[in-house]
Design a binder for this molecule. Structure first.
Ligand SMILES: Cc1cc2nc3c(=O)[nH]c(=O)nc-3n(C[C@H](O)[C@H](O)[C@H](O)COP(=O)(O)O)c2cc1C
Length: 173
């Protein structure tokens, strides 16, 4: 939304835990101080706004489609996300998004807990996401899903085990 991306990277340190909670549509209903600091916005600017406020244009659509498909079926997702800050800078995180339920089992909210991306993962994820975005530009989401499935197959996995592959990459330091 009017933010021009730059190549300035904001550091997520090894001890940072960047947390936010979303409602059913993905609007931000809570976030911790480091979330606001990295995003570069005040609480007032982000609360009740969609998480896509910090969506980076280089993020492939298929990753978010996968995220929402899984969340809607009640499953957690682990993935890498490049986020866009208000000043145009970016930061990479490894995100674990969970569905939180009330004691009676009904939906409570979505919770994302993010940590610094492992340096070993970056060399795999950056080219993968670039390939996914290119596939999307040329052949839409169907094309990028094929690229994603091929990548997972190379790692002995499938869409069902996407998060496991991401977690393994995060541990590959
Ligand atoms: C709890 C939670 C946390 C999220 N965190 C992010 C995030 O950090 N960055 C991001 O771009 N999208 C995040 N999303 C996904 C957004 O809701 C949205 O799908 C994504 O930004 C793509 O937006 P678009 O479909 O409007 O292009 C999160 C969703 C949930 C439910």
């Amino acid at each position: 939304m009017g933010v021009t991306p730059t190549d300035v990277e904001h550091e997520v340190t090894r001890v940072d835990i960047v947390v936010s909670k979303g409602d059913e549509e993905g609007n931000i209903i809570y976030a911790n101080p480091i979330f606001f600091k990295l995003a570069g916005y005040t609480q007032g600017e982000l609360l009740d706004k969609p998480h896509s406020m910090i969506r980076h244009p280089e993020m492939p659509k298929i990753i978010f489609k996968y995220l929402w498909d899984r969340l809607k079926s009640g499953e957690d997702v682990m993935t890498f996300v490049k986020n866009l800050s208000k000043d145009g800078g970016f930061y990479w995180v490894f995100a674990h998004v969970r569905v939180a339920t009330n004691p009676d089992g009904t939906f409570r909210n979505y919770v994302s807990t993010r940590r610094a991306m492992a340096s070993g993962a970056r060399g795999v994820i950056e080219p993968l996401y670039k390939k996914l975005s290119e596939a999307e530009q040329n052949g839409g989401m169907e094309a990028s899903q094929k690229v994603l499935e091929a990548f997972l197959a190379e790692n002995g996995a499938s869409l069902a085990t996407f998060s496991d592959v991401m977690q393994t990459l995060q541990k590959s330091e």
